[in-house]
Design a protein around this ligand. Structure first.
Ligand code: FES
Ligand SMILES: [Fe+2]
Length: 371
């Protein structure tokens, strides 16, 4: 018989700046990273700047409508090109320092006296390009020279959880619209947030509203514990709302078996996707330090629902409460990670045993030879 308790990672994995630096380099700067919602950069020249690992990345859209991403650093003397978190340019990004200007494909197109320097190659001195994919209505970037397979790492995570790709495609995420976005500044290590999302042992203690809507969560097993399983709404529950009353219009393309169910997917290293019949709750984490993570959470609805001005508040409030309950718990754990009591770590009960797999993965990523 396997033992009931498995070890967690030791505490310093959640506090040590050198481990965090290695994670920045070997996880966030190597893997596909969900950077922005496509509609945040809806038109050519609209941009967002996001932190990916140790880099600031400029995400924008080219004249052909395709997403583009660049390192947000001027090739002349290294000034940060766009200081704002979001905005729009007409045709060029112009550096504030000596006015080097780059077009939407990153090419150097203008600079004072550039015509007197005919030997300067405008592509070679263009912005450093970052790999880009657009999927589920999000712009995913990868800073690695040779990106890993998007199909295996990102789409594969959805297949692994739901059993096939069609199951998530039925929610038509790329056609949905952000009805609400909330940003949480969480004083906790990013791995604590993932681990919390992966288990439901805490659900009956801290999530009364969620357990009312999804009574099976009281048993402590998360929706993602079994492949293809979605947690069923309680019999008296009409919708995925804070009080269990009716939600909004169902996403028309979902399958009958997806109605009245909640599915959760973790796409390592920084995305959580929650699927319910009438909306999708999409979390992205931006780790800033060993003990600080920004979580940006989008509530996505069919665009007609948002355009109609329907009241989304009871719908948004359910997962906003869940988020606050979860992040408060993660923040409660963060100081404990530095305690001598946790130097060797804690333990995982059977309904948390799958978290050990996440720990093995996180440690293996830091040791490139073992990958
Ligand atoms: S640093 Fe950007 S133009 Fe000089
Ligand atoms: Fe939770």
């Amino acid at each position: 018989m396997t033992s009931s308790l498995l070890p967690t990672l030791p505490g310093h994995h959640y506090t040590d700046p050198s481990i965090f630096a290695a994670e920045q380099e070997l996880i966030f700067e190597q893997m596909w990273f969900c950077a922005a919602r496509g509609e945040d950069v809806a038109t050519p020249g609209a941009f967002r700047t996001v932190r990916v690992g140790r880099e600031s990345v400029l995400v924008t859209r080219g004249a052909d409508g395709g997403a583009r991403a660049f390192l947000n650093v001027c090739r002349h003397r290294g000034a940060q090109l766009c200081a704002e978190e979001s905005g729009a340019v007409k045709r060029t990004f112009r550096c504030m320092y000596h006015a080097w200007a780059y077009d939407l494909d990153g090419k150097l197109v203008a600079a004072p006296n550039l015509v007197k320097m005919p030997d300067v190659d405008r592509v070679e001195y263009g912005l450093h390009k970052v790999h880009v994919r657009e999927w589920l209505g999000y712009v995913w970037v990868c800073l690695a020279d040779e990106p890993p397979s998007f199909e295996r790492d990102v789409m594969g995570a959805c297949v692994e959880r739901l059993g096939d790709l069609a199951s998530i495609e039925r929610y038509a995420l790329d056609a949905l619209t952000v009805g609400r976005r909330i940003r949480y500044d969480v004083a906790a290590n990013w791995k604590l947030i993932i681990e919390n999302f992966m288990e439901c042992y805490h659900c009956s203690t801290i999530h009364p509203e969620l357990v009312h809507v999804l009574p099976e969560f009281a048993g402590g097993y998360a929706a993602q514990y079994y492949v293809g399983h979605g947690a069923e709404f309680g019999r008296d529950v009409q919708g995925f709302t804070v009080d269990g009353r009716a939600g909004l219009r169902t996403i028309p393309t979902i399958a009958a078996e997806q109605d009245r169910r909640y599915y959760a997917i973790t796409v390592k290293p920084q995305v959580f996707i929650n699927l319910v019949p009438d909306h999708v709750i999409f979390h992205r984490m931006y780790p800033l330090a060993a003990d600080r993570t920004i979580v940006e959470c989008d509530w996505l609805y069919p665009s007609e629902v948002v355009a109609s001005g329907a009241d989304l508040s009871r719908s948004v409030e359910l997962f906003d409460r869940v988020n606050r309950q979860d992040f408060e718990a993660c923040e409660r754990c963060q100081p404990g990670m530095a305690s001598r009591s946790y130097a060797k770590g804690g333990v995982l009960v059977p309904s948390e045993h799958h978290i050990a797999e996440f720990h093995r993965w996180a440690v293996a990523r830091l040791n490139p030879i073992s990958r």
